[in-house]
Design a protein around this ligand. Structure first.
Ligand code: PLP
Length: 418
């Protein structure tokens, strides 16, 4: 459910015509719907209401401070994977005690920053990382709260690039070895074992993998208790899918209905780390048709948004609906919607049936709120685009478009070249 709908043939973002925003702010342009974001966040909060929990939004899916602030104001926490994300989450007003930190390559500086900020816990991905966190905490004369990220070896049935909970991938600690690692962790002087973490992948469209993975983790928690290691936090990760094309993924309520009964009677705090399922369908990328070019068996629609603005189609062959901002009754033709970047892999859609377009018309790339702007780059020296938040009939610029000067702002010419 989202608030990008047609009214009399014209696409609206909440109560504002998308065309007006494109004219005012220019294209390409990311537009987010406040009420969709809020609704999706609350869907999680309400679904898990019956059990002690924290919703830690996965910052990597969308790291705009205004959006993080929205979640902070509604009781949300953050799942971070870098020092930069920690900085942004704190800037946005997310309480440090609601921040969990994953990622296989945390540096000493990042560990220090997180310890100094007193985050809720580190989700540790290897033995050497555990020893490093112990060492750094020791130097800082503090104790590091940790969970071990367990790899439950469950196939979530999604794209290999966004699968994480299988043995062959770099994430987490194999579940068979978990007990051993926990024993080690409990012995380390500057480590405080408080949780278990798992995250099995992204864009998961079934409940079963979540249930199976949770069951495996609960067995581990029982074994740990028997050995005297008391777990307080069960971090179940994120990964719930959204509808890009015709998927019918479960909603948070379905997830809660299946997970909470497994947790009942246990004195745990459940942590959820949703990213895509909150922001994905709450954002669109608006782009303008620059040129139409006849190919042999299809038409190339050349638009002003490229793979640097939205890389998901190029990187994962991901599907995004592409719709006209103003509907028309022209005939349909097979089109490749491509960007201006000098790469053959620069496309937003391939062999897509689209109504014949005219130069200068606006298109909306749907479901672009997650892993859209946050994965964007300056490739081909293209300034990063603007982001706008719409609430009812009001709109707010939440990130201004970069200028050409921004492109060279951080560079220096050595004296000998001056
Ligand atoms: C990416 C990630 C998430 C969020 O995944 P979504 O599919 O966007 O919900 C949650 N936890 C961890 C550890 C992640 O790496």
């Amino acid at each position: 459910m989202h608030f990008f709908k047609y009214r009399s043939g014209e696409l609206f973002a909440e109560d504002i015509p998308v065309r007006k925003l494109a004219e005012k702010y220019g294209t390409p342009l990311y537009i987010y719907s406040y009420n969709t974001l809020l609704r999706h966040f609350k869907a999680y909060a309400d679904a898990f209401n019956g059990y002690q929990h924290i919703i830690c939004f996965a910052v990597k899916s969308n790291s705009n401070t205004a959006i993080l602030r929205l979640f902070a104001k509604n009781g949300g926490g953050a799942d971070i994977v870098s020092g930069g994300e920690l900085y942004i989450a704190l800037q946005a007003g997310i309480p440090s005690k609601k921040i969990v930190y994953a990622g296989v390559g945390k540096t000493e500086d990042e560990i220090r920053f997180a310890l100094k900020s007193k985050i809720l816990m580190f989700n540790v991905e290897s033995e050497n990382e555990l020893r490093e966190i112990d060492r750094v905490a020791g130097k800082m004369k503090t104790k590091a709260p940790i969970a071990l990220r367990i790899n439950p070896d469950i196939d979530p049935g999604t794209h290999p690039y966004i699968t994480t909970g299988l043995k062959k991938y770099k994430f987490g600690i194999p579940i068979e070895e978990a007990l051993e690692y926990y024993k080690l962790a409990s012995k380390l002087k500057n480590i405080d074992v408080i949780g278990v973490h798992k995250h099995i992948g992204s864009q998961i469209t079934k409940v079963a993998p979540f249930v199976d993975a949770l069951k495996r983790v609960l067995i581990l928690i029982d074994e740990l208790r028997a050995q005297g290691v008391e777990i307080k936090y069960l971090d179940a990760g994120g990964g719930l899918g959204i509808s890009y094309k015709d998927e019918e993924p479960p909603v948070p309520k379905d997830l809660a209905k299946n997970l909470i009964p497994l947790l009942e009677g246990r004195k745990l705090t459940l942590i959820m780390e949703p990213g895509r399922s909150i922001v994905g369908n709450a954002g669109i990328l608006v782009t303008k048709t620059l040129y139409l070019k006849k190919g042999e068996d299809k038409e190339f629609v050349i638009v002003d948004a490229g793979m640097n603005d939205l890389i998901r189609p190029s990187l994962y062959e991901a599907y995004h609906h592409i719709v006209p901002v103003i509907r028309n009754k022209r005939d349909s033709i097979i089109s490749d919607v491509v960007g201006p970047i000098c790469e053959s892999g620069d496309f937003l859609a391939r062999k897509r049936e689209l109504k014949r377009l005219k130069q200068g018309e606006y298109l909306a790339v749907m479901s672009a709120g997650a892993y859209g702007f946050s994965m964007s780059s300056n490739y081909n020296s293209r300034p990063r685009v603007a982001e706008v938040l719409v609430k009812d009939e009001k709109h707010f610029l939440i990130r201004k478009r970069q200028t050409y000067a921004d492109l060279t702002r951080d560079e220096h010419i050595p004296a000998f070249l001056k």
